[in-house]
Write a protein that binds this ligand. Sequence first.
Ligand code: COA
Length: 371
Amino acid sequence: MAFKATGLDDVVAGQTAIATVGKAGAGLTYRGYAIEDLAEQSTFEEVAYLLLYGVLPNAYQLRSYQEALRRLRDLPPPLKTMLEQLPGDTHPMDVLRTGCSALATLEPEGPKRDAVAIARRLFACLSAMLLYWYHFHQGNTRLTIDADEETGAGHFLQLLHGVKPPELHRKMLDTALVLYAEHEFNASTFTARVISSTLSDFYSAVTGAIGALRGPLHGGANEEAMALMSQFATPDEAEAGILQRLADKEKIMGFGHRVYKIRDPRSPIIKRWARQLSEAAGDGRLYAIAERIEAVMWREKRLFPNLDFYSAVAFHWAGIPTSLFTPLFVFSRITGWAAHIIEQRADNRLIRPLAEYTGPPPRPYPPLAER
Ligand code: COA
């Protein structure tokens, strides 16, 4: 069978009971629940539980789960020392990738292979891992990682800004984490499944997934979208700039999707939050620029914004530095990765596709003296 020399478009590479993406009538579902319902009614912790265990928690289960996560937020001292020794100008995604790998040496998975326990640990401590490094190098302070904030979203914002976050910001981030949590066989999740299929450990699968997510065609798009929007002072300037880039055959980050063909169902949800936070900040300029770019991309290319585009606006107005946008994707997607690693392990077969060979035909080997 000959494949197109592209990225496995339309190839069904396995089965999953975790999510559907782009199915007719149901844009995105986690375990059968529509993303619109989850974004409206669930907290991120409920979604994390749903992805891991397959069912929504009841009130008691949710409380116990949240308490367990809060107890797991602090970092082992050798990890803090390692984070202090990383260069201050490291990309935050590299900090997470390295930190995750380092934690594997301090708290290895071991023969019991308790994936749920490691998933919980990583889910609880990744924010602290990043922000410990961030504050040490940006502010020369050793962050105290407390467990006051009940939710992961509040915990991240509290650690970042050192004050209790406004409820509007916390809720926006909580919703963004729900939207980012899971997306079927996307590149990073598939990476995690390929690694898991070799029976490697949980941390290796997550470390590889972080590496895949880092690229601008995947998770890195939200940072690129922010960098793009920041170049324009007005919507008219943005329109001219986008038209020029399209004429130069440049890709506009935050637009298009491999699977969704008509729209990304997550985009209108995060767009509403982006508008609310812009209004609360009393500054509609960035939002107006984003809306104009959206209109131009639709008019010129019939391309729609994906989740990363308006996330950039919403994160910006929550005071989150651009370099931390993609790490936020990790704090959320760790839940989807975990569910997929567990699913892969439950019915494993080594993932090992074939390649269509395009190299030279068989030929005689020339001795060194004759080359
Ligand atoms: N800006 C401009 N043109 C785009 C585009 C974008 N963001 N996304 C796709 N296109 C165009 C391509 O240039 C190509 O046009 P052509 O046929 O005239 O050459 C066509 O649409 C198909 O694009 P292609 O990159 O082959 O499709 P894909 O299925 O591989 O793309 C993405 C999926 C997500 C990689 C792609 O849309 C993209 O690069 N988007 C920007 C990065 C991004 O936002 N990633 C986050 C995804 S959630």
